[in-house]
Design a protein around this ligand. Structure first.
Ligand code: SF4
Length: 293
């Protein structure tokens, strides 16, 4: 089967060869673990069962999860059944939520995973945690299976998207994906009596050092979709690798971050979360360990 799952449209037959994401047909998870570092309505007190898929369809040069987006270390869980087994084992210890992290290149396996959980009598809230480079057709296929979309919107500047993530069309493609998510879920984020979300969208944006203009454009775009969108503004960037270009070799300055926060407030995007600048020291996963966080 020629793969057109994501907007790269490689048409690679993944049983025979590899496309841009370098993923084979069978879904591979580098790790599956309980994570307590997501936004509060997504993890509550007990956390969310996150499936960290191997490989990625963006390959950002500064990827904070570069150990797994590159396909190593060796995936711990291969195939739908193995992934369902591990989710089922961990789910009772969580807030009954499952996060599919960087799932775009395995989107065609997600319905089988969700149905496998249902077959065991498990009905968790399903979170689709994506870099944002998704095709509208794939999102429409996924609509019955996803409760909450958690997309990034990384770039407003095509040249930056090209240089950092090999996808000059990211601003337009990710915007079309966001509009599809919005069509499916709207802007509300309803929660249960424990404050846990069960439907909706949260859009994340990681502010990059030296790229304030990009972030201001991102917020302008999100404001155009709806001022009621829930936005998670993130300051946690740190240089995950040596010899990165531009100013990617450092963390954000307080002034850079404040400019973006001020713009968020000026636009009236008042729903969501603004990370503290000291988050830079807190998000440093190591996926070579059984417990990555
Ligand atoms: S999912 Fe992978 S192989 Fe398929 S179109 Fe996207 S990058 Fe290419």
């Amino acid at each position: 089967m020629k793969c057109t799952l994501c907007p790269h449209h490689c048409t690679a037959d993944r049983a025979e060869t590899l496309g841009f994401c370098r993923a084979q047909r069978e879904p591979e998870a580098a790790t599956i673990c309980i994570h307590k570092g997501e936004e509060p309505p997504l993890c509550g007190n007990k956390g969310i069962c996150n499936v960290f898929f191997s490989h990625c369809n963006l390959q950002c040069i500064y990827c904070q999860n570069h150990q797994i987006s590159s396909g190593s270390p060796t995936p711990r869980f291969i195939g739908v059944d193995a992934i369902v087994d591990e989710i089922a084992r961990l789910l009772p210890q969580t807030e009954n939520m499952v996060g599919f992290v960087t799932p775009s290149h395995y989107a065609d396996s997600l319905p089988s995973i969700v149905e496998g959980l249902h077959a065991r009598g498990l009905y968790p809230t399903i979170v689709y945690n994506t870099g944002g480079y998704d095709s509208v057709e794939t999102l429409q296929m996924l609509a019955p299976y996803i409760d909450i979309y958690l997309p990034d919107y990384k770039y407003s500047l095509p040249d930056l998207a090209r240089r950092y993530s090999h996808a000059a069309d990211y601003p337009d493609v990710a915007l079309a994906a966001l509009r599809e998510m919005y069509n499916q879920k709207g802007s509300s984020l309803p929660t249960d009596e424990d404050g846990l979300a069960y439907r909706g969208i949260i859009v994340r944006h990681l502010v990059l050092p030296g790229q304030v203009e990009n972030s201001l454009g991102v917020l302008d775009t999100l404001a155009d979709i709806s001022l009621n969108l829930h936005i998670s503004l993130m300051a946690q960037y740190y240089p995950p690798l040596p010899n990165l270009p531009d100013q990617l070799g450092r963390t954000l300055t307080p002034d850079e971050y404040q400019q973006v926060v001020d713009h968020l407030n000026t636009l009236g995007l008042s729903r969501g979360w603004v990370q503290e600048l000291d988050a830079q020291a807190n998000y440093r996963p190591n996926f070579t360990h059984q417990q990555a966080f």
